[in-house]
Design a binder for this molecule. Structure first.
Ligand code: NDP
Length: 246
């Protein structure tokens, strides 16, 4: 018996990076995992093949988080495939660096639709069908709590909104034993923020432990929050940022 055996999870943006690490660790912990992707169909199918070869139930669904009806359809399809929904992880996200002066309405809609509106829509849909004692885990950012440089207005706003949504939803769903939490990663080595990128040294200097997170660091926290052991953790923000925000 492993931490998530018998559970079904949906992870948005599971084809690469932090999302793919969460998908893998959830499957290793015994869950059936459905995950969405937007463009990386090949990587998504490879991940399904890998998980199925290891004996896990896996399903990749193309669903653009910018499109609410695609999110709804993905949650419904995953639930139909595996018979129930126990865990929702809202991970899909985009990063945008632009000064406030230069932000257009299109920029606003792009970032907010994927990073914020999609999370709200997925949570609203999931809340109707998720099992009692279910889990909702949002992937935010430590930049929602502290902004160490310029150019982060849209991204920080989008993630701070998800933090507020997390706390409020924890109140709405707590009577069913459903927990709602947000993991706030710091710099994590992915395509979005490679540890050998041009701004990586600056980010390392912000941390008490001057080493990038690996995606598995975030996935381990997600597995814990999804497990029965975390039943009384709700509305919480879990920083995984090597001490950048202390
Ligand atoms: P990556 O860019 O490496 O991966 C992003 C994932 O999200 C991919 O699977 C991608 O799918 C998916 N995705 C992006 N846009 C959409 C969309 N419109 N619809 C559906 N899926 C989409 O990012 P990370 O793994 O680094 O980031 C994951 C989360 O962690 C994000 O919410 C990010 O904001 C957050 N985060 C990351 C940090 C970091 O330093 N890396 C730090 C703090 C927070 P596809 O492959 O199909 O494009």
């Amino acid at each position: 018996m492993t931490a998530l055996s018998g559970k079904t999870a949906v992870v948005t943006g599971g084809s690469r990076g932090i999302g793919a690490a969460i998908v893998r660790q959830f499957a290793q912990a015994g869950a059936n995992v459905a995950f969405t992707y937007a463009r990386s169909g090949e990587a998504a199918q490879q991940l399904v093949t890998e998980l199925e070869a290891a004996g896990a139930g896996a399903l990749a669904i193309q669903a653009d988080s910018a499109n609410p009806s695609e999110i709804s359809a993905a949650i419904a399809r995953a639930t139909q495939q595996f018979g129930q929904l126990d865990v929702l992880v809202n991970n899909a996200g985009v990063f945008e660096v632009k000064s406030l002066n230069d932000c257009t309405l299109e920029d606003y809609e792009h970032v907010m639709n994927i990073n914020t509106r999609a999370v709200f829509m997925a949570m609203r849909d999931a809340a109707k069908i998720i099992q009692d004692k279910g889990r909702i885990i949002n992937i935010g950012s430590n930049l929602a709590e502290r902004v160490p440089q310029a150019g982060l207005t849209l991204y920080t706003m989008s993630k701070a909104a998800v933090w507020g949504l997390t706390k409020a939803a924890a109140r709405d769903l707590g009577h069913r034993g459903i927990t709602v939490n947000i993991i706030q990663p710091g710099s994590t080595d992915t395509d979005m923020n490679p540890a050998d990128g041009p701004h990586a040294d600056h980010q390392r200097q912000l941390r008490a432990i001057p080493v990038y997170n690996s995606p598995d660091d975030i996935a381990a926290m997600a597995v814990y929050l999804a497990s029965d052991a975390a039943q009384h953790i709700t509305g919480s923000s879990l920083l995984v940022d090597g001490g950048a925000n202390i």
